[in-house]
Design a protein around this ligand. Structure first.
Ligand SMILES: N[C@@H](CCC(=O)N[C@@H](CS)C(=O)NCC(=O)O)C(=O)O
Length: 210
C-alpha cells in the first residue's frame, strides 16, 4: 500500500487528492508543523518538508511529481492526458508552473522568516509575496478563460493542484472575487465529491462557485 507523509492544508493535498480520485487506499502519516527533524523522515526527504510518497522501494518527493507519478501508475483513472497530445503538453506546463512558480510565492508568504536573515525584513518579504501572488493569479485568470478543465476536456492532476494552490492563496476569498475565470474553474473542480471531501478534511472553508 502507498504511504504518504503529509500535513493538513499543504502541498500534500495534491497527491492525496490524486489517490482519492484514483480510488486507491493509502496510509497517511501526518507530520508535525515546521520542517521535520526526525532522522528517519530526513532519510526519505532531506529538507524535512511535506509531502513524500513511499511506493514500495521507491521514494518520491515533491507534491507535483508525486501526483504525476500516481497518474502514470494508474492510467485507467485518466488523470494524465495521453502522451504527445496538446493536453499532455499543457499538463506538463501547469504541473510545473503551479509547483515551481506559484507555490514558492505561497511559501514566501507563509514562511517569510525563512527568506530573510533580518527580523526587520520579514514583513517586507511577506508584503511583496502577497503582491506577487496577486499578480500571478491575475495572469492565470486570463490564461484559464473558457477552460472546461485546466488542460482541456478532461479532469487531471493539474486541476487538483490548481484547486490546492488557489486555496493556499493568502486571501483566497478576495482573489476569487477578483478573478472570475479562476473562480469558475475552482467551482467546477470543488463540485467533484472527492475534491469537496478533500477540502473539508483539510479544513478549507470553500468559497461558493463564481
Ligand atoms: N515544492 C515542495 C514544497 C514543499 C513545502 O513547501 N512543504 C511545506 C508545506 S506546503 C512544508 O512542509 N512546510 C512545513 C510546515 O509548514 O509545517 C513540494 O511540492 O513538495
Amino acid at each position: 500500500m502507498y504511504r504518504l507523509y503529509g500535513k493538513p492544508y499543504t502541498m500534500s493535498m495534491v497527491p492525496e487528492g490524486a489517490m482519492d480520485e484514483i480510488g486507491v487506499a493509502y496510509d497517511l502519516v501526518t507530520l508535525p508543523d515546521g520542517r521535520s527533524t526526525d532522522p528517519e523522515y530526513l532519510k526519505l526527504r532531506p529538507d524535512g518538508l511535506a509531502p513524500t510518497l513511499v511506493d514500495g522501494d521507491l521514494v518520491v518527493i515533491e507534491g507535483s511529481a508525486i501526483a504525476m507519478h500516481l497518474a502514470d501508475r494508474h492510467p485507467d483513472a485518466g488523470l494524465a492526458p495521453a502522451v504527445g497530445t496538446a493536453e499532455r503538453a499543457r499538463w506538463y506546463q501547469w504541473m510545473l508552473y503551479l509547483g515551481s512558480m506559484v507555490h514558492p510565492v505561497v511559501a514566501n508568504e507563509f514562511h517569510a522568516d525563512w527568506y530573510t536573515d533580518e527580523e526587520s525584513g520579514v514583513e517586507g518579504v511577506r508584503r511583496r509575496a502577497r503582491r506577487n501572488a496577486d499578480t500571478l493569479w491575475a495572469q492565470i485568470d486570463t490564461a484559464v478563460a473558457g477552460r472546461a478543465w485546466l488542460c482541456g476536456g478532461t479532469f487531471t492532476t493539474a486541476d487538483i493542484l490548481f484547486l490546492a494552490e488557489a486555496y493556499m492563496h493568502h486571501d483566497y476569498p478576495a482573489m476569487l472575487a477578483r478573478e472570475a475565470n479562476v473562480a469558475t474553474l475552482v467551482g467546477r473542480i470543488q463540485a467533484r465529491p472527492r475534491m469537496a471531501a478533500l477540502l473539508e478534511r483539510h479544513g478549507v472553508e470553500t468559497v461558493a462557485p463564481g
